[in-house]
Design a binder for this molecule. Structure first.
Ligand code: MLT
Length: 312
């Protein structure tokens, strides 16, 4: 009788569905991207990639959960630049973005839009500014919590405005968008992966885009920069991670599946329709993500510390 290896060592990865953890609510921008790539990734891997929403605390609950998950390839994580801002925003963080993860690759870059509820009494940025000035403390601004990009974009907007708005936190901009559509909240800054269809359908107002050039999907929406908010630029990068210690051959399979998904013509068309860009192919790998994450942590840390925003 030969020496049999333990069954676990023999089982080829993956032999069951893989979970892709999204740190915000279903229906929102991160969820949209995750579901878009889960299908082609699952095809490559030969097993379903199942999206799991683990919400709360600006994405840090999900990051903690993934950091503590078994490092076997069956738990993956998609998160945006909140991964880089969390160390400065949260005094007590139960995970270390630079120590507790393996890096699969960068995924997409997504612009943002400044939005208002459909019947908000302002039709452009100048009117919005005037309205806020005339109605201090009356205007509400939704976000997805400390560490969410909707939060950062809102802060940037309020700084440029020189005014404070009543900020209302949600568990993702999916539910925030529902309240904007329902008229329960006035304003929201959110990624085009969720907002383009609603803007096109006229269900919400778009006051501006956060890029220096107008977006091809929204040619009639001016940039915030061209309306006087000089240099207002936010692009949201996303990355995919696995728990630290996930074996290299498993990581290689996942990376290859992500690279294939990002070249899928349907994925690329959908992203283009949402004025979002797949990460450059040479960044869809471990070093492409890790180098960027390190640079972003170094960039945001001092900015956030100087602004004095953090959670205890
Ligand atoms: C989401 O997916 O809900 C958003 O990315 C949250 C955010 O604004 O960061």
């Amino acid at each position: 009788a030969g020496l049999a290896a333990p069954a676990s060592a023999q089982a080829p990865f993956p032999d069951r569905p893989v979970s892709l953890v999204v740190p915000f609510a279903a229906g929102g921008p991160t969820d949209v991207v995750a579901r878009m790539i889960a299908v082609p990734m699952g095809k490559s891997l030969g097993q379903a990639v199942v999206v799991e929403n683990a919400v709360g605390a600006g994405g840090t609950i999900a990051a903690t959960k993934v950091a503590r998950a078994a490092p076997n390839g069956y738990t993956l994580f998609i998160h945006h630049m909140g991964m880089a801002t969390a160390p400065a925003l949260y005094k007590k963080l139960a995970f270390d973005p630079l120590k507790d993860f393996e890096y699969i690759g960068q995924v997409v870059d997504v612009p943002m839009t400044l939005l208002g509820r459909k019947d908000f009494p302002a039709n452009n940025l100048q009117e919005l500014k005037a309205y806020i000035k005339a109605n201090p403390n009356k205007v509400s601004l939704a976000n997805a919590g400390l560490g969410a990009v909707s939060h950062l974009c809102g802060l940037l907007f309020m700084t440029q405005l020189g005014a404070e708005l009543n900020t209302i936190p949600y568990k993702g901009t999916g539910p925030a968008m529902n309240d904007l559509l329902g008229g329960q909240v006035d304003l929201l800054c959110d990624q085009t992966t969720q907002t383009v269809p609603m803007i096109k359908e006229g269900r919400i107002k778009a006051f501006g885009v956060t890029t220096l050039k107008r977006l091809s999907a929204l040619p009639n929406v001016p940039t915030l920069d061209e309306q006087g908010m000089k240099g207002f630029e936010v692009k949201v990068w996303h990355g995919m991670y696995a728990p630290k210690g996930t074996p290299k051959p498993v990581l290689d399979k996942i990376t290859a599946a992500l690279q294939t998904a990002m070249q899928d013509p349907m994925v690329r068309q959908r992203l283009a329709d949402l004025s979002s860009e797949p990460a450059p192919m040479d960044k869809i790998n471990a070093s492409g993500l890790k180098t960027h994450l390190e640079a972003e942590i170094a960039k945001w840390g001092p900015v956030i510390k100087k602004a004095g925003i953090y959670a205890d």
